[in-house]
Ligand binder design. Sequence first.
Ligand code: PLP
Length: 390
Amino acid sequence: MSDFRPETRAVHLPQPPVEGSRPIGMPIYQSAGFAFDDPELMGVAMTRPDDAFVYGRDTNPTVRALELAVSGLEGGAAALAAASGMGAINTVLLALLKPGDHLIAQRSLYGGTATMLNDLAGRFGIAVTHVPENDPAALRAAVRPETRLVYLETISNPMGLVADLPAMCATARELGVLSVVDNTFATPVLCRPLEHGADVVVHSATKYLSGHGDVIGGIAVFADPDLYGKVWHFATELGAAAAPFTAWLTLRGIQTLPLRMERHCANADLLARRIAEHPAVSAVHWPGLPAHPSYELAAKLLPAFGGVFSFELAGGRAAGEAFMRSVRLARIAPSLGGVETRVMQPATTSHRFLGPEDLARHGVSEGMVRVAVGIEHPEDLWADVAQALG
Ligand code: PLP
């Protein structure tokens, strides 16, 4: 390049040789496209997502490293990273459904997903039926000839309902229907839905996978490579691909995921139990409490019960707001899965687009407070919560 002029040399920058040693951390391949030595190789690479890299909307080495990591942890054949959790969910559903199809979803879900399912029904003529997350007979009764997909959450947001994955996924398979499971709350540390018969696992990587509140990302993991290939082709058309830096931050977070989950779950255990005993509290929704409807199933299916719970105060919405104004350590903030504890009210945030009827179906009351428990010292968290309840 030294024989070119500065204007040309500034464009065609030299790259250091990498032979002889390699980076321990995954490099960020911040490149929209990749250059080839031969035009024929580029044409071939275009058709093969897991071979050479061509264009960042199709795939990228850093993004591929994240896909391999999560696919490995979930026990899948392949994965597809997306720009957000909703990006991953929409990519999967839009790739697999067409107008006139029917989808069966569990009745209590993350509000964004519930709103999106309402949209699918209204705009694309895809009918949606809701069933309890643990009732294979209801699933069987809801199935129609045009049913394509069953949609579940391992641990539901925000009620903490645990889906009976072995029974629901086996029934879906028997009926010839694909099952898609949102494993955001459980992460592969607590549950690997593909091992229970699910076909696709989706995640908001914004939450525990990245773990530090600095990423918006999503990922879908597939048991069947052919199904992955079909969704990948649609994903390249949709254009909701993950960015390399997002993938890199998520990879970095994943390295401490098992450690963080241990602490999230232990802290939630201590807080949920103590809050449940407080006289101002009328209900706590966390599957680790024996009074929770999912307790027995959760104890069989999961090694721990997750880091998020919600609770209700006898004073309703005003009491919930007063509680949130009084906490000093916990942040009033959306989302979950970060190292710091967050509180919010689902009715005005994650589930805000749902009307009163839908909110009732999801079990979300106006005054409910959701606590996404962080990894701080548990007694500091309890002191904060106790003074706010007081
Ligand atoms: N799934 C669950 C269970 C969630 O809680 C969320 C977001 O809160 C999503 C999916 C959507 O993820 P994102 O916000 O990354 O699009």
